[in-house]
Structure formats: structure tokens, C-alpha cells
Design a binder for this molecule. Structure first.
Ligand SMILES: [Fe+2]
Length: 383
């Protein structure tokens, strides 16, 4: 990530920085990996510690299916009833100790602020537009955006219209740009599938000076608490550093194409500890005269593969709908369904649009996910 400054900051860290009334602004160092990782320094009007009421809401519920069976799965997420807002409406689909994958389709706007202190979030906005308002400022978003929100960021989505559809990746480790795309200075290299100009950072910082009663729902240690403050949580006059929410639109992913089929790492978009996030975007297909553009079967013995389909065009899959999710677990091979390989021969381009999460440790599927499972999928290779 690059250095960003928004609003007013003093000429040096940790020196007097006074408000118009002569009192000091309250400085806060905001880091997500102790004092050795990336951080930002922000200046509040009020003490960020000054809470007026705390209410324990309860534990988050992640219910794995007991006695789960090893098999390929297809989930039709659009069969879920739309519910709640961009936080309360999330339905967990699968999880392990590194990542939680969820789906949301909203009926309500957020009437409160949210802070996920347990994980970074990558919100893939399948459908919807609006503003991501945060303590770091405001960032507009639209369909196809990945919104990357570092843990601890107080934010809310202000949707232009509800019915926002989100594939949620909640990460127990920081979500990063792959190291192999960057040089020793952190700059994106020529072979990277996107560049700095494709990354959007908070555009404006509005300092809220109003008093009132403001609720911040905090998820920390797996427990939700509501914190109430007598002042608006976006009371920051300025900040600078390397930690902030940012956006990248999947349409700006520059696909890497080749003479023959290119492997999944060419689709890699982000990395985190023990999993990766990849983007499948419309692109030209392989140009060898005898190329077989469909993927070969592969045995991902040590990783689970989850694909979220942002449209219903995916060369190797049949019966996929927009909003479908497939889960191909480690331990058994997966690949194109019967006929898909032959059908791909001679095809020059694909319109597919999908987000893939490959985890290096097994995922557990949730009880909710099975409510929308297509029970025929595991046997669909039988022809
Ligand atoms: Fe695969």
C-alpha cells in the first residue's frame, strides 16, 4: 500500500496539535500488526476511549454441519431470503481458522456504525452502489468493487438503494496485494494484473463535530458489543499512514492469457495467511491452434476451492446461476463437467466473472449453507 494523507495533521508526529479552542487534538496510532506492521496516525476531537454505555449483544454464531460428508457442493445463494443490512444480513457459508465466507442481500440500510476487530474484510459488491463511510473518510463504491476494510476500522455502508448483494470474505490475517506483484519499494510491477491507478482510497474526509448518541457495533473475540458514544465516531480532523480502507474493481483486473490454459495463480488478486482471493474476468482464451481452453482436472489435495459466480457464464460449469457458490473440497479431484472440455475447443473468449477463494486448510460448511444446496451437484459429472 502507499502512503496517504487526508485532512490536517501536524508537521511531526507526537507534537502539540491544537484545536481552535486551544485544547489538544487526541492522537491515535492505528495499526493492525502491533508496532511493526503498517499503521496510520489520526487526530480526534474527542478521546477515542470515551464511551458512555456498553451493552453485550452476544456471541457470533458459526454453526458447522456435524458429521459433514466429503463431496463437491453447489449453493444457490439467491434462494436465501434477503434480510437485514450489510452487517446483520450476512449468512455464513463456510469457515476455518483463517477465513469466514458469507453472503448478504440487504433489505435495510445500516442505522449504526460497525467495527470488526477480529478480521479484515473484503466485501465483493456483486450488486449495488453507494458510499463506504469510515473514520478514514468516504469512498464511493459500485458493482464489481472489492472493498478492503482493515480490522478495527469504524465504518458503515450507505447504500443508494437496498438490495445490495455482497460476497463477504472475513480474514483473520491482513488482506494484502501479492508480494510477487511488488518490488522492494512496494510499487506494483509491470507484470502485475493491476496498478496503483486502479486502487481507490478515501476521497474526502468530513469531520463530524456534532454531539448525540451514536452506536458502534463491535465484533471482537467472537462477541458482539454495542458501544455508545456521546459524539460522532468520525471526529477525525486528519490522518496519515498506510492503513485505510480501499477499493479495487474487478473489471480493472488485467487478465493474463496464454498460448495454452493459464493456471489459477494468474487470476490471483489478493493474498492473506493460508488462503488467496482470485478474480475470473472476461478475457481472450488460449491461442494455440490445438488449445483446450477449459481447465484440466486437478487434484487440489491440499486446498479447498470456493467460487462465487457473479454471472452465469463459466466455461467449465453447468447449472450455475448468478450468485451461485461452488465448494470443491481438498482430497478429491475436480474439473469440467462432461462435455465442457469438448465445447471449449475453438472458443476465442469467455465472459465469465467470478471470485475464487482457495484455502490451504479445510473449510467447514455451515448449517445455513445447506439450506440452499443443490443436492444433485456432487453427481453431476456422471453425465
Ligand atoms: Fe480448480
Amino acid at each position: 500500500m502507499r502512503y496517504v494523507q487526508l485532512g490536517d495533521v501536524p508537521v511531526k508526529h507526537h507534537i502539540q496539535f491544537k484545536q481552535p479552542d486551544g485544547t489538544l487534538y487526541k492522537e491515535q496510532l492505528f495499526g493492525t500488526q502491533g508496532f511493526s506492521g503498517r499503521s496510520s496516525t489520526m487526530y480526534h476531537i474527542h478521546l477515542p476511549t470515551c464511551v458512555s454505555e456498553i451493552e453485550r449483544i452476544g456471541e457470533r454464531r458459526l454453526e458447522a454441519v456435524p458429521d459433514d460428508m466429503l463431496k463437491h457442493r453447489h449453493l444457490k445463494t439467491r434462494s436465501f431470503q434477503a434480510q437485514g443490512d450489510a452487517v446483520s444480513g450476512r449468512i455464513p457459508l463456510c469457515f476455518n481458522n483463517d477465513v469466514i465466507l458469507a453472503y448478504a442481500r440487504t433489505t435495510d440500510r445500516m442505522s449504526y456504525f460497525f467495527k470488526n476487530a477480529d478480521g479484515d474484510e473484503a466485501l465483493y459488491i456483486h450488486q449495488g452502489s453507494g458510499r463506504l463511510e469510515s473514520m478514514f473518510g468516504t469512498l464511493s463504491y459500485t458493482s464489481g468493487d472489492y472493498l478492503i476494510i482493515p480490522r478495527g476500522t469504524i465504518y458503515r455502508l450507505v447504500e443508494e438503494t437496498v438490495d445490495t448483494e455482497i460476497f463477504v470474505v472475513e480474514s483473520l490475517s491482513p488482506i494484502e496485494i501479492p508480494r510477487r506483484y511488488r518490488n522492494e519499494y512496494g510499487q506494483l510491477l509491470e507484470h502485475a494484473p493491476y496498478r496503483e491507478r486502479d486502487i481507490r482510497v478515501p476521497e474526502t474526509l468530513e469531520t463530524h463535530r456534532e454531539d448525540g448518541r451514536y452506536k458502534v457495533r463491535i465484533l471482537a473475540r467472537g462477541i458482539f458489543h454495542d458501544y455508545y458514544y456521546d459524539f460522532h465516531p468520525f471526529d477525525i480532523v486528519g490522518w496519515d499512514g498506510y492503513v485505510y480502507p480501499w477499493a479495487f474493481n474487478i473489471q480493472n483486473y488485467q487478465p493474463i492469457t496464454g498460448l495454452v490454459h493459464m493456471p489459477p495463480p494468474t487470476h490471483q488478486t489478493f493474498e492473506a495467511h493460508n488462503y488467496v482471493i482470485c478474480s475470473f474476468v472476461p478475457r481472450m482464451l488460449d491461442y494455440h491452434p490445438d488449445a483446450v481452453p477449459a481447465p484440466y482436472h486437478h487434484s487440489n489435495i491440499d486446498s479447498d476451492e470456493v467460487i462465487y459466480y457473479a454471472n452465469d457464464k463459466f466455461g467449465s460449469r453447468r447449472g450455475i446461476e448468478e450468485g451461485s457458490v461452488t465448494l470443491h473440497p481438498s482430497g478429491i479431484p475436480h474439473g469440467p463437467q462432461p462435455g465442457a472440455t469438448e465445447a471449449s475447443i475453438g472458443v476465442k473468449e469467455t465472459k465469465e466473472l467470478a471470485v475464487m477463494v482457495d484455502t490451504f486448510h479445510p473449510l467447514q460448511i455451515t448449517k445455513q449453507a445447506l439450506e440452499v444446496e443443490d443436492p444433485t451437484y456432487a453427481m453431476s459429472w456422471k453425465g
